[in-house]
Design a protein around this ligand. Sequence first.
Ligand SMILES: Nc1ncnc2c1ncn2[C@@H]1O[C@H](COP(=O)(O)OP(=O)(O)OP(=O)(O)O)[C@@H](O)[C@H]1O
Length: 617
Amino acid sequence: MSSTRLHAAVRAAARDRLSLLSRLGWVGPGLLTALICLTVLASAVPAATALAVGALISGLAHADAVAGLLAMYALALLTGHAVRAAQGPLYYLAEARVDGRHRAELARLASTSPTIDALERAEVQTLIRSARADPESFMDGTPGAGVLAQLDLIGRSLALVGAALVLAATAWWAVPLLVAAAAAVHQLGWHEGRRWRRVWRPALRPVMRAQVWSDAIVSQGAGKEIRIFGLGDWALDRVDGHLREAFDPHWPVGRRILADKWLQLVAVLVPLGVVLVAVALDAARGGAPVAMATAALVAATTVFEAFNDAPRATINAVTCVRAFEDVRARLAGPATRVPAQRAGAGEVPDKPPLVRFEGVRFSYDGLSSPVLDELDLEVRPGELLAIVGANGAGKSTLIKLLAGLYEPTAGRITADGVDIRDLGPEAWRARLSVVFQDFVRYHLSAADNVALGNALAAPDRAAIEGAARDAGFTEVVAGLPNGWDTPLARDRTGGVDLSGGQWQQVALARALFAARTGARVLVLDEPTAHLDVRTEREVFDRLAAHRGDASVVLISHRLSTVRQADRIVLLSDGRVTESGTQDDLMAAGGRYAEMFTIQARRFQRGYDDRLDEGDIA
Ligand SMILES: Nc1ncnc2c1ncn2[C@@H]1O[C@H](COP(=O)(O)OP(=O)(O)OP(=O)(O)O)[C@@H](O)[C@H]1O
C-alpha cells in the first residue's frame, strides 16, 4: 500500500472510530458516567494485579506479611471480577440505548424524507437494511456494540500504559517488542474481520429475499394464496435457496480463516515466550528481584490484551454508520431544497388553492419514455375534478406528484402561484389528504383508522363519527363487537377484518376526517373500486355533499360515477387530451365518449362497467 493510501486509510479509520465515539452521548449522562468510572477502574486492575502478585511472591518469605499481601492480591482479583460483573449489564443497557436511538434516527430519516423515489430503489433498501442492523440478521457488531468497543479500547489503552510501566521497570526492551507484536495480532484480527465482512456484505440481498418469503409463509394475506396455489413447499425451497446463496460462501472463507489462525498464534506465542523466558532467566541469575520479574510476567500478558479489541464489532458498526450516512445523503437528495423565503412561501391559505400543473414531465428510472409529458392541468378551488384514463396512463403518478412524493423531472406544480416545493412538504401536506389505491389497513381500532387521516389533529370523536357518517361507515361500526374501539385486524384480540368495500369506506372516512380538520384538497385514487355500483354512487353523492369547500380530485375507472363531476379530464399519452363536463365530452365525441359508450353498453348487458386497457383504441 502506498504511503498516501495508508495515510488516507488511517485517517478514515480514525474518523470512523471518532464517529462511533461521538454516539456515546446517546447512552445518557448517568449511565455514561458509570461506564467511564468502571472503565478507568478496570484499566487499573491489570497493573495492580501484577504488582500484587509480585509483592506476594516476594513476601512469601515473611510469614507476618503474607496475610496482608494475600488480602491485597485478593482485593485486586475481586475488584477485577466485580468490575466485569458490573460492566456486563451496563454495557448491555448502553448498547441497547445506542442501537435504539440509531434505529429511531434511521426510521425518522426514512419516514420524513420529502419524496419516496429514493426509498423505492433497491440499493437504498439494501443500505437501510444494512444501516438498521436488525437483530435477526445482524449477529454481532450493531452500532451499540461498536460504540462500546471504542470505550473498551480506551480502557485497554489505559491498562496498557499501566502494564507497560510495570514491565519497563524490569525489562524495558520487552515493551516495544510486545506492543509491536500485539499490534500485529490486532492487525491480523482486522484483516480477518474484513474477510468476513466481504463475504457477509453480498449475503444481505439473498437474506432479504429469504425474509420476504419466510414472512409471506406466515402472513395472513399471502398465506391464502400460498395455500390455494399449493405454494408452501415452493416458498420454503425459495427460502432455502436464498439462504444457501447467502451463507454457502461463508464456509470456505471460515475454513481459510481457521487455517490462517496459526499466524496469530505465532505472533502471540513467539514474542511472549521470548519475554517470559528472558525475564525468568534474568531473575534466576539474580538480575531482577523475583517480585519484579513476576509482576513483569503478569504485565506482559496484559500488554497483549490491550490490543485484543473486537474488530468485528467495530467493522460492522462502522458499516452500519456509513450506510446510515449514505441513506441520509440519498434521502435528502434534490427534493429538500430549502423553502424559499418569499411572500406566500411556507404558508398555505385556509381556502382551497388553485393548483396548476405547468408543463410537468416525469419519468421513472429505467423507463424509456416519460409517464407524464408536458402535462398542463388545473384543479380549481372547490371543484370536483375527475381524472380518467386507461391502466398505466399515469393517474396515480400524477397524484404522487401532486402530493410531493415525487418531484417533476421538468415543469412545476403550483398552489396559488407558489411552487409546492417552495411551500415545503409539511405545510403543503397539511392542506392535502390523499387516499391511495393501496391505502394502509392499520392494525388499530376503527376510530384510530379514521383519525389517521390527519395524525396531527386531535382525535376528536365527534369529527371521526361525522366523517364516518358522511362515508357511509356508521352502519358497519354499529355491527362491530366493540364499536369504535374494535381493532380492525383479526390477529389482534377482539379484532375483526372488514371486507374490501368496507375498508374503502374507512379510507374515505379518513379523507373526510382530514377535510373536517383542515385539508382543503382531497385526492381519492380509485376509492370505490371494491364497491358495487349502487354503493359507489352513494359514496360519490356523499363525497359531493360533505366535502365542504374542499377541492376533490377523484380517479375512477367507472365513468357512470364520474359523470357527475364538475369537470372530467382524460389522461392519455402523458397529458390531458380531453377536458370538460360530461355533456361537453359526450358532445365532442372523442375518446371519452367512446369509452363511456362502451361501458354503458356493457352495463346494460349486465357486465361490470369498469374501463379495461383494451377499451381505448
Ligand atoms: N414506482 C414505479 N417505478 C417504475 N415505474 C412505475 C412505477 N409506478 C408506476 N410505474 C409505471 O408508470 C406508468 C404509470 O403508472 P400509474 O400507476 O401512474 O398508472 P395509472 O394510470 O394509475 O394506472 P392504473 O389505472 O392501472 O392504476 C406505468 O407504466 C407503470 O408501470
